[in-house]
Design a protein around this ligand. Structure first.
Ligand SMILES: [Zn+2]
Length: 346
């Protein structure tokens, strides 16, 4: 079968699309004919290589995907051939202290399909039953492949971890990215006052279209100053930051007293300077969040399947053009998610 793969870490030129051995599903796995995948920032990190992750090469990337069940292992109970499914990439052990406590995303062995182990950007993929969610037949493949990772991440940030209330205000940084555009929609759905930043007026118009009440062009002005101005010096109750080093200081500065900043990633680097004096004096909270638990995934995807929340597709490319998909994400081109399809599906 054909698969996206790379044999070493490196630049975009290490990405190939070509022949790869057929997956051989275990008894707890489902063999899925992949109809579409989508890219996430984690795909960039994984391709470049991270010291804590030791991959087997050739590595097939891809955390997000959707398709049709082809066959199921003997221990699989929730799916049968012909079912439409989407991948929800977080896999937990089910048995550690945190899993038993109902917090699988805090599992000591938590890992992502496509990041720590083979992913799904291929014509077929063997996926643990735990890593699949059912998709109603009316949902198109691009939507099913684009939604799971970013919408569960944003849902848990805002609600499961952040406990955002309808009476509160929230600033979403980088509203044009996958997590950003999901967070804007969820915050708007909750009924909160939504502030959003982006780098161009076109992206800001998109942010308003999906639910932002106030927008700030961070290339044209300092967003923390803009927030102070727009909130009568008060600041916002919550900041959603997936940018990291480049924004952290101003995220802290944008918070109202007692506010919280929720982080799920650090695309510009994970070692920012921070201001402890502001954190203790203003009684701020710094909250980490990662992926979503199965209940959160069910809740948010139900709203995607019903159309209340909607992943925006910035481009659809054949999987053979995955390097171009990485380039679009690295260059912050466009708005929303990049979807790829096996070339044989086009
Ligand atoms: Zn566990």
């Amino acid at each position: 079968m054909q698969a996206v793969q790379y044999r070493e870490h490196g630049g975009r030129d290490v990405i190939e699309y070509g022949e790869h051995p057929e997956p051989d599903p275990d008894r707890n796995e489902v063999l899925v004919d992949i109809k579409a995948g989508s890219l996430n920032h984690v795909d960039i990190w994984t391709r470049k290589g991270m010291p804590i992750i030791d991959l087997a090469f050739p590595h097939v990337p891809g955390c997000d995907g959707a398709g049709v069940v082809r066959e199921v292992g003997e221990d699989v109970t929730r799916f049968e051939p012909g079912d439409h499914v989407a991948v929800s990439a977080g896999i937990s052990c089910g048995d550690c202290e945190f899993c038993r406590d109902g917090e699988p995303t805090m599992c000591v062995d938590y890992h992502l399909l496509g990041e720590h182990v083979p992913g799904v950007h291929s014509e077929r993929a063997a996926v643990p039953e735990q890593g699949l969610v059912p998709v109603p037949d009316h949902v198109d493949w691009a939507t099913a492949a684009a939604a799971p990772l970013v919408f569960q991440t944003a849902w848990r940030m805002l609600l499961g971890r952040g406990d955002l209330q309808p009476t509160e205000s929230v600033l979403v940084l980088g509203a044009s990215g996958g997590v950003g555009h999901a967070a804007v929609q969820i915050a708007d759905y909750v009924g909160a006052e939504v502030y959003a930043t982006a780098s161009t007026d076109e992206k800001l118009a998109y942010a308003e279209e999906v639910g932002a009440d106030h927008v700030i062009n961070y290339e044209a002005e300092n967003f923390a100053s803009a927030i102070r101005e727009q909130t009568g010096k008060r600041g916002v109750d919550m900041v959603v930051d997936h940018i990291g080093a480049a924004t952290w200081h101003d995220s802290i500065k944008s918070l109202a007293n007692g506010g919280r900043v929720v982080t799920c990633g650090a695309t510009t680097g994970g070692r920012p300077k921070t201001d402890l004096d502001r954190i203790f004096w203003n009684q701020l909270s710094v909250i980490g969040s990662s992926m979503g638990d199965p209940g959160e995934v069910d809740d948010v995807l139900e709203l995607v399947w019903s159309g209340d929340l909607e992943p925006r597709i910035r481009a659809e490319l054949p999987m053979s053009e995955t390097a171009r998909a990485h380039e679009m994400i690295e260059n912050r081109e466009g708005f929303g998610k990049v979807v790829t399809r096996p070339d044989s599906e086009l």
